[in-house]
Design a protein around this ligand. Structure first.
Ligand code: GSH
Length: 393
């Protein structure tokens, strides 16, 4: 029953899937995307070069970190996992969704900044690590420096500029302090075992922010407890040391710790204006493109990830918003709306009293608007791509 994870140590989204597989004790091997099997079978199956992809023992290919998790949470892999990553409490579930979204998408700014703007500390490491994408490739440092220009430039799409850099660092240090304070009492975001909130956070926090040398040094010096959470998220065995024999239960949803509310407040300041601006731009674009067939994304290149094609480059599907006293412009990616819908859908399933309580908690953290952001058409995943659903009636 061995699964194959196609991914790479340097890859942000592979980190989410790998962390899940490890912490759930699932038997898997990781294979590079430069392998023949990936290039000749997986890429044609999913329609684009993208990692992570999972190949099941039956030969099914699952693309996307959240879909890989759901293969074990809600699909045929369920008997293999140790515990569910979706909290039963609708309140905790809503909070877990927030951090799945924020970790995978809202922490991309520090992830890109600390990866690409610290050459002295990072470059030799990155050059060696990127060579791992292609098995047997000769490590050519100069070629890497030349080729990495595209990725370096892509950082701009996430709002990383010389002007925003100091505030990105201040914001990330604030994040480390708040998360560290929370981890003083809790081994994971919502208690004694990881949830989809932790798996979202580990995306940015692993490959970029804990493995790359410059931010690793920062975390180890400033927030060692966060570093141990990262290590805990990447082991199959219990790694709980300072928490003693944690009972395995999640926190009480009627008594949310102040440190968790502080993290939610941080998300509202750090990410709410951005995702709200993205929804607005997407809705303008959808209003201008009423004829997109449901089940397609209306793009010339259907494999493109940005709203208007390409990679969401600034000037081509980008949104501008206020962040820490400056204007930032970032690329709009429909994938984020799909993650946000998972929050909306689960909140909608809760009873009326619970929904009121969720609103109260979100409102106290300044996050209530996140519950009401809607694109004119839902994002669906179809044929391994993000596509637009039917017009809302
Ligand atoms: N939401 C996606 C995102 C995957 C993703 O963006 N992967 C990156 C590597 S970390 C990638 O494959 N990029 C290739 C490209 O942009 O061409 C998932 O989890 O599958």
């Amino acid at each position: 029953m061995t699964y194959t994870l196609y991914g790479a140590p340097v890859s942000l989204y592979t980190g989410k899937a790998r962390s899940y597989l490890r912490s759930q004790g699932i038997d898997f091997v990781e294979v590079a995307p430069g392998s023949d099997r990936y290039l000749q079978h997986v890429v044609p199956t999913v329609g684009r070069w993208i990692i992570p992809c999972l190949e099941t023992p039956d030969g099914e290919i699952v693309q996307d970190g959240a879909d890989i998790i759901d293969h074990f949470e809600k699909g045929p892999g369920a008997p293999l996992r140790r515990h569910s990553s979706y909290p039963e409490s609708p309140m905790l579930l809503a909070i877990a969704h927030v951090f799945e979204l924020f970790g995978g998408e809202g922490l991309l700014r520090p992830a890109m900044h600390y990866r690409w703007n610290f050459d002295e500390q990072n470059l030799a490491f990155l050059s060696s690590e990127f060579a791992l994408l292609v098995p047997g490739a000769v490590h050519d440092h100069d070629a890497f420096v030349h080729n990495s220009g595209r990725m370096r430039k892509a950082a701009v799409n996430f709002g990383v500029t010389p002007e925003s850099a100091p505030a990105i660092e201040a914001a990330f240090e604030e994040w480390l302090d708040l998360f560290s304070a929370h981890l003083e009492r809790h081994p994971y975001l919502l208690g004694d075992h990881p949830t989809i909130g932790d798996y979202g956070l580990i995306a940015a926090m692993w490959a970029h922010l804990y493995r790359d040398p410059a931010p690793a040094m920062l975390i180890k010096q400033r927030a060692p407890r966060v570093g141990r959470w990262v290590e805990r998220m990447t082991t199959a065995e219990p790694y709980l040391h300072e928490y003693g024999d944690a009972a395995g239960s999640l926190i009480d949803d009627a008594d949310l710790p102040e440190t968790l509310l502080a993290l939610l407040r941080y998300v509202s300041e750090e990410y709410l204006p951005e995702i709200a601006a993205h929804v607005e731009v997407a809705n303008e674009w959808l209003a201008d493109h009423p004829d997109i067939e449901p089940g397609t994304n209306g793009l010339e290149n259907p494999a493109a990830r940005g709203l208007m094609g390409g990679r969401g480059l600034v000037g081509n599907g980008a949104a501008t918003f206020e962040w820490r006293g400056q204007q930032l412009t970032t690329g709009v990616m429909p994938y984020r709306f799909w993650l946000m819908q998972r929050l909306h859908d689960d909140v909608a399933l809760a009873g009326p009293d619970t929904q009121i309580r969720v609103r109260e908690v979100f409102s106290s953290a300044g996050l209530e608007p996140l519950l009401d952001l809607r694109t004119l058409r839902r994002v669906e995943r179809h044929g391994h791509l993000e596509v637009w659903g039917a017009e809302a009636s």
